[in-house]
Ligand binder design. Structure first.
Ligand code: BGC
Length: 506
């Protein structure tokens, strides 16, 4: 009997030890996997580092590249495109004007009533329509016919384009890189933001729209062709004459600013009555070795239809941030089973869109329920433990913080170029303390800035860090709602009576 008891006791002890060994083994393995996942996050944090020192290097690089892009055609990845907009709206514009705004996933038609006194936009009608995906990659004729039809339908009673004998002046906002040949004409250099209509590249943009309007029998003339940043600067200046630059941070990103014509060296003999002109930087294509680039950026770029292009945009704008985060979660998921087996949605490019990434980032519920919902419904990753959900929030934070801080550095780069950063520009020698800083307004638009609080806060924080409080208090970022559309209508009004041509190229 005693032997039996002893035997049972030994067997129990052996089994217990075996079970304990399995449990301990599992824990060790799971700890190792967790460590690997945390390692992925650490590596991401390190490679996204944006110390104020590094941001200042980006500021300097931006200012230097601006000079290079103005000095010669092709002198920099920054195209620094002439816009032929040599006068910004003064506030005295009067009458009814129209705008078409094409540049992202939506297309808008606007009618604006101007009262003739600063800040008196009397009335505004807007119709927004999504652009069908197939039109973004089809033929230019199909795209412009679709746009002309939308115009035709736009509040037919109020506008009555066809019956009216008075020709309507139209501002056309076309938010892609265009080499302008006048204020109302220009040639498409390339597409960005997922558009890829091959027969349009190298073609005249306003002409293509004008032909479509004529085909529909609409009595309208394309009076100005502008980038969305230029429309935003126009509206910003209409409301506040201290506005010197405009920045868009939405699906894509870009900036424009007011430049002295004598600084536009590549265009010797450019004469304008105002002595200045708006320059469309196309800063989405900015590149510098100081930009903190990760393996995820390199992969995203290599797999994009426009690789080696739009490098700054791919680190900053709404088209890409969600996909960078998706790539990091995919890596984590491949390194461990903390997110379960790799789901097909997680492997699919652009399955995580930036607005949803922002929702995860800003989820302040204790259980991170929004994060859990999006991981489950969008990326098909159910049952993610809380500690892994926290990790996902951290990834969103790192990616967004880098984007916002780089955008801030870009803005200070422009201020530096025009001597509004408290120094005297990149060639000057005066110190910050000698300079009396003027009130400087930058008009800003785009969903990342206007709708993503964390992004906006990180951008402001970096601006203050780079400039220092004394200077930063004179720099005002002003949201200029609908600038891309209303601004184009304003420019159409100011360019309707005069033909472009107090601007001369000698
Ligand atoms: C385009 C710019 C545009 C910006 C913001 C970029 O992808 O190249 O022309 O201003 O997006 O819409």
């Amino acid at each position: 009997m005693g032997k039996v008891v002893l035997g049972v006791a030994v067997a129990v002890a052996v089994t217990t030890c075996a079970v304990a060994a399995v449990v301990v083994g599992r824990r060790v393995r799971s700890r190792r996997k967790w460590k690997r996942v945390v390692g992925v996050l650490k590596e991401l944090e390190e490679s996204c580092e944006t110390t104020v020192g590094r941001l200042r290097q980006v500021v300097d690089a931006m200012a230097v590249e601006m000079h290079a892009g103005l000095a010669s055609e092709g002198g920099s990845k920054l195209k620094m495109l002439l816009t032929f907009v040599d006068n910004l709206p003064s506030g005295s514009e009067k009458g009814t004007c129209y705008a078409l705004d094409l540049g992202g996933t939506n297309f808008r038609v606007l009618r604006v009533e101007l009262g003739g006194q600063r800040s008196s936009i009397l009335d505004q009608d807007v119709v927004r329509q999504p652009i069908p995906q197939q039109l973004m990659t089809g033929s230019s004729e199909d795209l412009f016919d679709f746009i002309a039809s939308s115009l035709q339908q736009f509040d037919e009673n109020a506008i009555d384009f066809e019956k009216s004998s008075i020709r309507k002046e139209l501002g056309f906002t076309f938010s892609f890189p265009v080499k302008q040949t006048s204020v109302s004409s220009g040639i498409l250099i390339k597409w960005t933001k997922g558009f890829a209509i091959k027969d349009m590249v190298g073609e005249e943009v306003a002409g293509a729209l004008q032909h479509a309007l004529d085909r529909k029998g609409l009595n309208m003339r394309v009076a100005v062709l502008v980038n969305d940043t230029v429309g935003t600067l126009a509206l910003g200046h209409y409301h506040d004459a201290d506005t010197v630059a405009a920045v868009i941070i939405g699906t894509g990103t870009n900036a424009c600013y007011w430049e002295r014509t004598d600084a536009i060296i590549k265009c010797q003999g450019l004469l304008t009555t105002s002595g200045g002109m708006v320059v469309n930087m196309e800063w989405g294509n900015f590149w510098s070795s100081h930009l903190p680039r990760t393996s995820y950026d390199i992969e995203l770029d290599a797999e994009s239809p426009n690789s080696n292009d739009q490098g700054f945009e791919k680190m900053i704008s709404g088209m890409y941030l969600g996909d960078i985060v998706r790539r990091v979660i995919l890596k984590m998921s491949q390194e461990s089973d903390i997110f379960g087996p790799v789901s097909p949605s997680l492997s699919m490019p652009f399955s995580l869109r930036t607005p949803l990434m922002a929702v995860m980032h800003e989820d302040d519920s204790p259980e991170l329920t929004e994060v859990a919902r999006i991981l489950k419904n969008v990326l098909e990753i159910p049952d993610v433990p809380l500690k892994a959900r926290k990790l996902v929030v951290k990834v969103c934070d790192v990616v967004t913080r880098r984007a916002a801080r780089l955008a801030a550095a870009g803005i200070v780069g422009i201020l530096k170029k025009i001597g509004r950063d408290g120094s005297s520009g990149i060639t000057g020698g005066r110190s910050r303390s000698d300079i009396k800083m003027r009130r400087t307004v930058v008009a800003i638009e785009g969903s990342l800035y206007t709708q993503y609080t964390m992004f906006r806060e990180y951008l402001h924080e970096a601006l203050h860090e780079i400039l220092g409080e004394d200077i930063a208090q004179h720099v005002i970022l002003k949201v200029t709602e609908d600038g891309s559309g209303v601004g184009a209508a304003l420019l159409a009004a100011s360019h309707s009576s005069k033909s472009v041509d107090n601007i001369q190229l000698l």
